[in-house]
Structures are given as structure tokens and as C-alpha cells.
Design a protein around this ligand. Structure first.
Ligand code: ZN
Length: 104
């Protein structure tokens, strides 16, 4: 079992897991429920996506790379002020409206 992605945002991890599972790659999320085990609500925890079978590792890495690339490159148009916003921004640089496409 090898960890291939981790994030403080468990949604990011879940999205990648769905991608890999859709390709038939068995995965496991470490620390997914850690926040529920502690009494410190604000404790930061990092969810980690792991690939169960090492023979799937290369394919999984390739899938994640293309996932990240497409996410980074597509600029989007703010629905509110019609400004063009770089794909790396989660919200409009002009009026702070959240990217509607980043909301799963
Ligand atoms: Zn805007």
C-alpha cells in the first residue's frame, strides 16, 4: 500500500479516490475519520489517499497528474462580474465569488 496524495481538504482526497476507483484501482483513505476521534474541533488533520496494490501505482499517478493538470489550466468566467479567472483560483479575484465548477 502506497500513499499517493494527501490534503487537508478531505474533499480533494475524495474526488481523487472517486477517479481512481472509477478506473478499477483499489484505494484506501487514511485519517479520513480522524477528526471525529479527537475532541479538538479545529485540529488540522491530513487525509491521505493510498493505493492498495503497488502494481496500480504507475497508472494511479498518471491519472492524478492529468486530473491536476486539467484542473489547473482551465480558466473560468466569473458568473457574477464576468471577469476571467485563472483555474488555480478557487474564487474570483475581483469579487470573491466561488468558482461554481469547483463546488462538487
Ligand atoms: Zn467576480
Amino acid at each position: 500500500m502506497t500513499e499517493i496524495f494527501s490534503s487537508l481538504d478531505s474533499t480533494e482526497v475524495q474526488m481523487r479516490r472517486a477517479l481512481l476507483e472509477g478506473e478499477g484501482i483499489e484505494t484506501f483513505i487514511r485519517n479520513e475519520n480522524l477528526s471525529q476521534l479527537t475532541n479538538v474541533l479545529a485540529a488540522p488533520f491530513q487525509a491521505a489517499l493510498c493505493v492498495m496494490n503497488d502494481e496500480d501505482l504507475d497508472r494511479a499517478r498518471e491519472l492524478l497528474r492529468s486530473f491536476r493538470t486539467s484542473g489547473d489550466r482551465s480558466d473560468w468566467i466569473c458568473p457574477k462580474c464576468k471577469e476571467s479567472v485563472p483555474g488555480t483560483f478557487d474564487s474570483c479575484w475581483n469579487c470573491q465569488t466561488a468558482n461554481p465548477e469547483s463546488v462538487a
